[in-house]
Write a new protein. Structure first.
Length: 490
């Protein structure tokens, strides 16, 4: 019995040994792979009709097929058969660029399947740049409606691989600016920012501002900006505010028969409602603002602001306020009438000089951006309490002569309701023209919390603002360089 057991164990051991040896000798093929250094390339059409995708391919179990797929929809564009059965080789695939005369982005997936039906793929992006030709990317678009007799033309001039030879700005047949390239310091791209004077434009007339650019290959392009004078601009019924850090806010506007804002309403995605209602006196100045915030079926606050004027004038003497608190529609508390703004000082022309809220706000900034003798309000209130802190004050240093679609003189720039409403007030209600640049007013504040934004915008064929972008040049590390925008719906 013992002998049989020993014999059985011996046989099992021998079989096990052969199995181990067999497993050790089995060939295991790793997955196929690539050695691709550049997955994103840029090719100028001047330099090539074909771009060759090249990399080393390692397919230990031999190639069964290689497919070229369109990355956007995974359609198979081509099947490469010349490498079938190979294991280690330099892959080359030529992409024909001749059909592309404009800037185009091509995105491919290169997929290899081995004879064990295992596959591997990698992406490839080719930015095809058009043939070098003079061009300009304009700020504000090619249709502008101006309220002043001058305009800052801004954009980026590019000639591709060629160099810039000459730039001319011609308005209504008269040359106003010329740039000549320096052969000793050639450039292929440059920013353009020039003030163009229009003179006295007639309402309803269309004028041409030509931008003529030539390169060193004697190629010439002409971009025409259509100019209209306006003293009226469409008012948006809605503004979509895309802020970089808290999603989307939609502001809805209602206007009275005089074209003044009577309601401004917006709701956050969580249901929190911010509602403003404006009423005006016989001189067209705001006399009451109702501000309601919260959840209509939950906790809600109503605040009334009352504007008191010197008799027969547009000068505010003081602002008072009264607040009511509600819970599920029931009044739960109210305040007395409190004075919110006082010590309001104007000069003899009616320009606001100073006021007091929690502290005095003095030395308000104004500018005359186009030499018209105007006092354009230039303060930028990032937060309402920043207005009372001289170190946190900021102001605009540049405007474009395009009327802000919400500009009003009827609501003074101390009519603070909430910091949720403040962005559109400080960007669109109080500056007469579209702001472009903002800087800190104080040179001693280095806390890193000031945005001092820069602005750009787009217009439609009638010159109405359709989109406005602003880039934060300051702020905390996670804010600096971020972009927010307004989209205007008419």
């Amino acid at each position: 019995m013992k002998k049989n057991s020993l014999l059985y164990l011996l046989c099992c051991g021998i079989v096990g040994l052969f199995l181990v040896m067999s497993c050790e000798n089995d060939i295991v093929f790793p997955d196929p792979g690539f050695e691709l250094s550049d997955k994103k390339v840029s090719v100028r059409r001047d330099t090539a009709d074909v771009y060759n995708i090249q990399f080393k391919m390692n397919v230990p179990n031999k190639v069964s097929k290689i497919e070229i797929l369109e990355a956007r929809n995974y359609d198979v564009l081509d099947e490469v058969t010349e490498y079938n059965g190979k294991t280690n080789f330099n892959f080359n695939y030529g992409v024909d660029l001749t059909p592309f005369e404009k800037d185009t982005t091509l995105v491919y997936i290169i997929k290899v399947t081995d004879q064990d039906k295992r596959s591997f793929n990698t992406g490839m992006r080719i930015d095809v740049k058009a043939f070098s030709f003079p061009s300009i990317a304009l700020v504000g678009g090619e249709n502008i409606a101006v309220a002043a007799p001058a305009y800052y033309l801004k954009g980026i001039v590019s000639t591709g691989l060629n160099t810039i030879e000459n730039i001319k700005l011609v308005f209504n047949g008269e040359q106003q600016y010329e740039f000549n390239g320096d052969p000793n310091n050639p450039v292929t791209e440059m920013p353009l920012k020039e003030l163009v004077f229009f003179g006295n434009l007639e309402l309803g007339q269309v004028y041409d501002l030509d931008i003529i650019i030539s390169d060193d290959k004697e190629q010439v392009s002409t971009t025409t900006v259509t100019v209209r004078k306006t003293d009226f601009i469409k008012k948006p019924k809605q503004i979509v505010y895309n802020r970089y850090d808290d999603g989307q806010r939609i502001y809805n506007f209602t206007y009275n028969e005089d074209g003044k804002v009577s309601k401004m309403d917006f709701i956050f995605p969580n249901g929190n409602n911010h509602y403003h209602e404006y009423s005006y006196n016989d001189l067209g100045m705001v006399d009451t603002i109702l501000y309601r915030s919260g959840y209509p079926e939950g906790t809600m606050t109503k605040r009334y602001k009352y504007f008191h004027y010197a008799p027969g004038t547009k000068r505010v003497d003081s602002v008072t306020a009264k607040t009511f608190d509600y819970e599920a529609g029931d009044l739960t508390g109210e305040t007395g009438i409190n004075k919110e703004v006082s010590n309001i000082v104007y000069d003899e022309t009616g320009k606001l000089l100073s006021f007091r809220t929690s502290s005095n706000v003095t030395n308000l900034k104004y500018s005359d951006p186009f030499g018209l003798g105007e006092n354009v309000f230039s303060e930028y209130w990032q937060m309402s309490y920043y207005a009372t802190n001289s170190k946190r004050r900021q102001h605009r240093t540049e405007f474009d002569p395009v009327l802000s679609p919400l500009y009003t003189e009827s609501i003074p720039p101390f009519a603070f309701t909430s910091d949720q409403a403040l962005p559109v007030m400080t960007d669109l209600f109080w500056p007469k023209y579209i702001p472009i640049e903002t800087i800190p007013t104080s040179t001693t504040w280095n806390d890193g919390d000031l945005f001092y934004p820069s602005y750009s915008y787009e217009t439609d064929l009638e010159g109405n603002i359709t989109k406005m972008y602003f880039v934060y040049n300051g702020g905390e590390w996670y804010e600096k360089g971020e972009v927010s925008s307004y989209t205007f719906v008419y």
